[in-house]
Design a protein around this ligand. Structure first.
Ligand code: PA5
Length: 459
């Protein structure tokens, strides 16, 4: 595993004292950081911080791999039904480690419909043979409206084609005991994998939530876990200045306290593009909180934004370089691409192309990244880079763990609970009410009153 953080461009020396950090800024956070590390260790020991333990679950990897080999023989398609933490990590895993056009030449073809857009779902069902499709329903709570609705939608096609045997094409990943999926699994012999209760949705990618689809698509889950395990050790380092999770969290925390409330993640790699999507949820849902641990209203958080290099150099970078200095940019850089596509100037009479001849596309991509980094730094805009020696299972596993541990440290520094999501729950409850779920009648009335008032301001 070779994943490194280069944070020289947040330091005074590179971006100036007004927007840069001094060593002493980190020193001040060391006592709090040490306490947070002790708390995290204690919680992990008490089985309250499940994601800490996921990298060492090698026995699960064996079970998943043998299940995956059966799936590969039986099914033409795999459809992953889940949303938020039950989908984003799996999508990021697939898109980083598989051939970008995997579905054109491989089986089972992999689909991740993580929204209830009827046209999108209908397009999927029209294009697959449902009887040869495994539907993997992933929901920790077992009751999320979007996941339930998508499942019910596909159930019609499953029962139409398979009748009473529909359950043979279902796989559940859910809580060990609680939730509606468990009720269904008590009626039918449906294969179930479990999400440990102490693993929160957005911290669950290295559990069966993310690893089943990975194993089915041929990703080496043991390598993923071993990369994560190596990173877990680094993130447990008591010498906090050498602890990458603490350093990432401390940098972000300091800038939050200085009004830089936007965290842009900008991979210079299409393969890593969805890592930024996964990070967006992790950082937003974990740190965006109204109350601190003592119940005071603090309304903290940092808005995560995703961008893609070089594509967004032609869309966002003007704003990042010259607009409000309210952002902290994290680049993701790949040092060694799988293919080094070398260019040749076929139009020798056009000398303006000569500078590209003999260069590789990877060189160009990374030169452009460096150019953006320079432009930002010259304009006193803090930025750091997470460097992947290559896009490999080990580095992807390490990346997931690094950002999860950094989120836990950032939650500690902000003195908030990074592991709950009351705002999301509020939205889930309002959806149940609006859709007429039993027990939510009063909530429905309250919502209708609120929306009726708003009619006055409609044009
Ligand atoms: O991180 C979280 O907890 C959420 O994003 C959940 O993953 C998401 O709401 C889906 O929940 P569930 O897995 O219970 O269906």
């Amino acid at each position: 595993m070779q994943l490194k953080i280069d944070y020289s461009n947040v330091m005074n020396a590179n971006i100036g004292a007004k927007h840069g950090l001094a060593e002493s800024d980190f020193d001040k956070l060391i006592p709090a950081g040490k306490k947070i590390l002790q708390d995290l260790r204690q919680k992990a020991k008490d089985n309250k911080l499940g994601f800490y333990k996921l990298p060492s679950q090698f026995d699960i990897a064996d079970e998943l791999e043998s299940y995956a080999s059966v799936v590969k023989k039986r099914f033409e398609n795999y459809v992953h039904i889940g949303i938020g933490g039950s989908a984003l990590g799996s999508i990021a895993l697939q898109n980083s480690l598989l051939d970008s056009y995997y579905n054109l030449n491989n089986s089972p073809k992999m689909f991740f419909p993580d929204n209830v857009d009827p046209d999108w779902l209908n397009d999927l069902v029209k294009n697959i043979d449902v009887s040869k499709t495994l539907f993997h329903i992933v929901s920790k709570s077992g009751g999320t409206a979007e996941t339930a609705a998508t499942t019910l939608y596909f159930m019609k096609f499953l029962t139409d084609t398979l009748g009473d045997n529909f359950y043979k094409n279902l796989l559940f990943t859910t809580d060990p005991v609680k939730g509606l999926l468990n009720q269904i699994a008590r009626e039918y012999p449906i294969k179930c994998f479990r999400i440990p209760p102490s693993v929160g949705g957005r911290f669950s990618v290295l559990s069966s939530v993310g690893l089943i689809s990975a194993a089915i698509a041929g990703i080496d889950v043991k390598k993923l876990l071993s990369g994560a395990a190596e990173m877990a050790e680094k993130c447990d380092n008591e010498n906090l200045k050498k602890n990458p999770a603490f350093i990432y969290a401390a940098i972000h925390y300091i800038y939050m306290t200085r009004g830089k409330n936007i965290s842009v993640m900008m991979p210079y790699s299409n393969k890593l593009r969805d890592m930024a999507d996964w990070y967006r949820q992790l950082w937003a849902e974990s740190l965006g909180k109204r109350y601190d641990n003592e119940g005071n209203v603090v309304e903290v958080g940092q808005t995560p934004v995703k961008a893609l290099g070089t594509t967004d150099q032609h869309s966002q970078v003007q704003l990042y370089v010259e607009g409000p200095n309210d952002k902290l940019i994290t680049f993701l850089e790949v040092e060694k691409f799988k293919e080094n596509l070398q260019l040749k100037n076929h139009f020798t009479y056009i000398h303006e192309f000569d500078y590209l001849a003999g260069k590789t596309l990877g060189e160009l991509l990374n030169a452009e990244k460096m150019a953006t980094e320079l432009a930002l730094s010259n304009n006193h805009r803090p930025n750091l880079t997470i460097k992947f020696s290559e896009v490999s299972e080990e580095n992807i596993g390490a990346f997931f763990f690094l950002l999860e541990a950094a989120t836990a440290f950032a939650g500690g520094l902000l003195n908030i609970d990074a592991f709950n999501q009351p705002g999301v729950e509020e939205g889930k409850i309002a959806t149940y009410a609006l859709m007429g779920r039993k027990g939510y009648e009063q909530k429905k009335k309250d919502i209708e009153t609120l929306f009726n008032k708003k009619q006055a301001f409609m044009l």
